[in-house]
Design a protein around this ligand. Structure first.
Ligand SMILES: Nc1ncnc2c1ncn2[C@@H]1O[C@H](COP(=O)(O)OP(=O)(O)OP(=O)(O)O)[C@@H](O)[C@H]1O
Ligand SMILES: [Mg+2]
Length: 210
């Protein structure tokens, strides 16, 4: 416990990138962490097998029984991070049922935002069924020194879900570290901006769940 799921049916929104880095952030804080790959593409699995010394335990749960499958392991770990799959509505619904927190990565482009609306509805339905479920949108791939326009902020605001204070920048270290089967914690300096932004995100999620 708890189960934090990174979901967005929009492909390429940054789910796997955030899932692996968040998992490593909690692990480096000293917690036991399980990464769950719920995507039939198997990106987290590919990432994990790219480095034989990869320290993150991983379980592939890519069936609609994911909610029941997670229950079987939930007590063994302090944090379970689920890397969501694009499309696959049934798996998303089952994942929402199994989660304590849904993190929705979104790039600040109208097409990406509009394409997230289905998932947002599923999350809201999940929140009405489970009063303890929390959720938040995290903006990803923000280009440094660029402001998000008011129109874009308004479309996101209209989803009526919290937008996290943390956000994730557009940085080459994310694909670079992933290509080695590692995370930014393993390739960047401890004092670097990417390390700070992932730690800030991890801490904000923990606070929002408490
Ligand atoms: N913050 C970032 N900075 C730079 N590149 C990024 C960032 N986040 C993601 N990317 C790159 O964008 C691409 C898509 O990211 P990622 O695979 O994490 O998205 P996804 O939502 O898991 O995709 P899918 O829906 O296919 O599972 C990848 O090539 C990844 O390296
Ligand atoms: Mg992915």
């Amino acid at each position: 416990m708890p189960v934090i799921s990174i979901l967005n049916q929009k492909g390429g929104s940054g789910k796997t990138t955030i899932a692996i880095n968040l998992a490593r952030a909690y692990q480096l804080q000293g917690h036991s962490v399980l990464l769950v790959d719920s995507d039939k593409q198997g990106s987290s699995r590919d990432w994990q097998s790219a480095d034989e010394n990869n320290p993150i335990p991983l379980l592939v749960l890519d069936q609609v029984s994911i909610d029941r499958d997670i229950k079987k392991v939930v007590n063994k770990y302090k944090y379970i991070i689920v890397d969501g799959s694009p499309q696959a509505t049934e798996i998303a619904v089952a994942t929402i049922r199994a989660s304590n927190f849904i993190l929705i990565p979104m790039q600040p482009s109208p097409f990406d935002i509009w394409a997230s609306s289905n998932l947002i509805e599923l999350v809201k339905q999940g929140m009405t069924k489970n009063q303890n479920l929390k959720a938040g949108i995290v903006l990803t791939r923000l280009v440094k020194n660029t402001k998000i326009g008011n129109e874009i902020s308004q479309i996101i605001h209209d989803f009526e879900l919290p937008v996290l204070k943390s956000n994730i920048g557009q940085r080459t270290c994310y694909p670079y570290s992933a290509s080695l089967g590692q995370t930014i914690f393993d390739t960047e300096r401890a004092s670097s901006e990417p390390v700070a932004e992932i730690n800030t995100l991890a801490n904000e999620i923990t606070q929002l769940m408490s």
